[in-house]
Design a protein. Structure first.
Ligand code: MOS
Length: 710
């Protein structure tokens, strides 16, 4: 009965046909009766206050139903509670829409215009005119690092002797900078909000987690979460940008309440650059020292990342230096600088991708200083146990990954001497960089229902931002139930379904997969008991024999209890071959090999896509992506795809995705670890290292654009 396709190259995406034919409906593609449209008006100043807003012309424009700003916005109860603690400074937190007259960043929503058509709302929004009082603002990280403050609990960490690297025979100290980068998934962020009754709300929303969005809205509007229905059946990409309730979502919900009709609010592409977070611009400095034979003596890793004035956004840029390599002395320091720009948010490999660019570049620089091959240097400092906690790793086959990747890229063709190889007028170079990310497993619940016709229905509230979660879950269930994948229906993206956490932190296969695994095993057991035998049950026959229309279980899977016994990480290594044109500085990525140690691979086809997507993101990070702010105005200038460059098909070579594919014995029943983040983490360093090998030019400030190479 087994679907042989699952066992060889893996199941094809169960929703692939729906996606490529346009049959998949995304959150903006619903039309509740009476739906109208909201368009946001953004602040044209960067800091200060609103004196007045003239909404008369907009209100008189055809089809306009309402113009809402802080002047007439109904009180939002969740905001008020946080701020009524008299005498205390306003607590920091996510941005509060239409809360007062303060302007905290350029483009901040100051009003929402609601009209009967999108075009009329868009036009009327241009008629809203605000008068402001401007204040001086700071939007440059570089000019404001002196005001940086400790980044909460991730702030400072010491192991062994501080600055021990300075006493090492071979040492270097360098600064590494990444600009801020924006998510810009293909699908624009969008919400449709519909109040079914005074305190009952339905939303169709782009979100990474329907349950978290339900909680988030309940907290802001102070209504019972059971009264909020969140639907997010398909998500056209998100990797951190849809993990929180953003102002545009609050605006639509408020607008729907005011006009008493369902309101759709979809961000325009330009707003996607300023309204749903970004990877923070981050300055880093690494000091690293080793013995002559390449044993690490010490690492010092400092980082200063940008945040906003109203929220302390924290990630973990320096953690990679504490757990990647065996090193007795490591001190890290992470600070934030508050700028007059909207808050950053998590973005694929949040923190680790930033930190790994610096660490993997520094290791590469050290390898040249020592005249030791970069792989050999990493193997000399291979951590057999977690150097930070001292705990054993639940699994780690990174050494095998180095070897596999080196074989596939043709590492032996690499010349250890920079700028020494040319072909057809192009400089050729090879580089590598590694990634790591915690392997997490959280709680989740799955309902499994076997229906009389032999269909297995699986239900859990997870949403799928793109990796192919449904496909992975069906793969797990088909294997356990021993039925063809085509007989399994996976339902998700609906807050009325059993609990699943948000899709984030590369944890969903481990988390929801465990719930699917446990539910299927329990259901199968129930059938075996009914039939009085333990062999593979004939589900339809048993249901018929017992006169049942279905048999179901709802099974909760707890989070990983082995997490305190073992250090759990996924590991990756990226190998890159580049060609650099000596005259124009153009970098062509010629070949990429990525090897992931992600435990057992439950869904090989979608796993491959995940790695390829991460590698492409890493190439973008290394060579193209950069938010540019004109500090004279505090305004983002390249808020479009013509000026903000991301890789296109022609920029991307063949990418080989390889897997160690050995189960982790401790994390979950499948032995599967995450891979979403490690697909990107380390990739930018690998590209930068390849560029150095090709050219002898060490670029420590991303992106590596041609002007930096000529
Ligand atoms: Mo998150 S950065 O969506 O794992």
């Amino acid at each position: 009965m087994k679907d042989s396709a699952i066992n060889k190259e893996g199941l094809s995406r169960i929703d692939g046909r729906l996606k490529v034919t346009g049959a998949a409906r995304y959150s903006a593609e619903y039309t509740p009766a009476g739906m109208v449209y909201g368009v946001l008006v953004g602040s044209t100043i960067t800091k200060g206050s609103i004196r007045s807003i003239d909404t008369k012309a907009a209100e008189k424009a055809p089809g306009v139903l309402a113009v809402i700003s802080h002047f007439n916005c109904p009180k939002i109860p969740g905001y008020q509670i946080a701020s009524t603690e008299a005498g205390k400074p306003e607590p920091k937190g996510t941005y509060k829409l239409f809360y007062n007259n303060k302007i905290l960043f350029n483009g901040q929503p100051i009003a929402v215009v609601v009209a009967d058509t999108f075009e009329r709302a868009l036009f009327a929004a241009t008629l809203v005119k605000a008068q402001y009082t401007s204040q001086a603002y700071q939007t440059s990280l570089k000019n404001n690092t002196a005001s940086a403050f400790a980044a909460g609990e991730n702030g400072e960490s010491k192991r062994g002797t501080v600055a021990a690297w300075k006493t090492a025979p071979v040492k270097l100290e360098q600064e590494y900078v990444i600009p801020s980068e924006v998510h810009n998934p293909m699908e624009l962020h969008s919400i449709i909000a519909h109040w079914d009754a005074e305190d009952k709300l339905t939303v169709w929303d782009k979100t990474q987690g329907v349950k978290d969005t339900q909680d988030g809205i309940a907290n802001i509007f102070k209504i019972p979460k059971e009264n909020i229905q969140v639907n997010s059946k398909f998500v056209g990409g998100a990797f951190g940008s849809a993990l929180q309730v953003w102002p545009h979502e609050v605006a639509a919900i408020i607008a729907a309440r005011v006009v008493k009709r369902p309101v759709k609010l979809m961000l325009g592409r330009a707003d996607m650059f300023t309204s749903v977070g970004y990877r923070p611009h981050t300055w880093q400095k690494i000091g690293i020292g080793a013995t002559e034979d390449g044993k690490l003596v010490g690492i010092s890793h400092e980082a200063i990342g940008q945040t906003s004035t109203y929220e302390d956004f924290n990630e973990e840029p320096v953690s990679v230096s504490r757990s990647t390599y065996a090193c007795p002395n490591v001190n890290t320091n992470y600070k934030l600088t508050a700028l007059d720009i909207g808050s950053p948010t998590w973005m694929r490999g949040p923190g680790e991708a930033t930190g790994a660019f610096a660490l993997e570049s520094a290791l590469d620089e050290l390898s040249y200083a020592l005249n030791i091959d970069p792989i050999e240097l990493r193997l000399k400092n291979y951590a057999e146990t977690d150097p930070e906690s001292g705990k054993p790793f639940s699994s780690k086959y990174l050494n095998e990954a180095y070897k596999m990747g080196a074989d596939h890229i043709g590492w032996t063709d690499r010349s250890p001497k920079p700028a020494s190889v040319t072909k057809d007028g192009w400089l050729i170079g090879y580089g590598m960089g590694g990634g790591m990310f915690g392997a997490y497993r959280d709680q989740a619940t799955c309902r499994a229902v076997m229906i009389a016709d032999g269909t297995l229905l699986l239900q859990t509230a997870v949403s799928d931002i793109g990796p192919g979660t449904g496909t992975a879950m069906v793969s797990i269930a088909a294997e356990i139930m021993d039925i063809p994948a085509g007989k399994i229906r996976f339902e998700m993206g609906d807050s009325s379904l059993p609990y699943a956490p948000s899709q984030g932190g590369s944890s969903i296969t481990a988390t929801v997969g465990s719930a699917v695994n446990d539910a299927c095993k329990e259901l199968k057991e129930k059938f075996s008991q009914l039939a009085g035998n333990t062999e593979t049950p004939d589900y339809t026959k048993i249901l018929k024999d017992h006169n049942l229309s279905k048999l179901e279980v709802t099974t909760a899977s707890k989070g990983g209890d082995n997490m305190n016994k073992y250090a759990m990480y996924s590991w990756s290594v990226h190998f890159v071959k580049v060609c650099v044109h000596p005259t124009t500085g153009v970098v062509k990525v010629d070949k990429v090999v990525c090897v992931a140690d992600s435990g057992h691979i439950v869904s090989p086809k979608t796993a491959r896509s995940q790695i390829v997507g991460g590698a492409i993101g890493g190439i973008g990070m290394a060579l193209m992506e950069e938010v540019i702010i004109d500090h004279r105005y505090g305004k983002l200038v390249n808020n479009n795809f013509a000026d903000y460059h991301i890789p296109v098909n022609a920029d991307i070579p063949q990418i080989e995705a390889l897997f160690i594919n050995k189960p982790d014995p401790y994390i979950n029943p499948m032995g599967a670890k995450g891979m979403g983040e490690i697909a990107l983490i380390g990739m930018a360093g690998a590209v930068a290292n390849a560029v150095y090998n090709a050219t002898g030019k060490r670029i420590r400030q991303l992106p590596i654009t041609p002007d930096k190479l000529i």
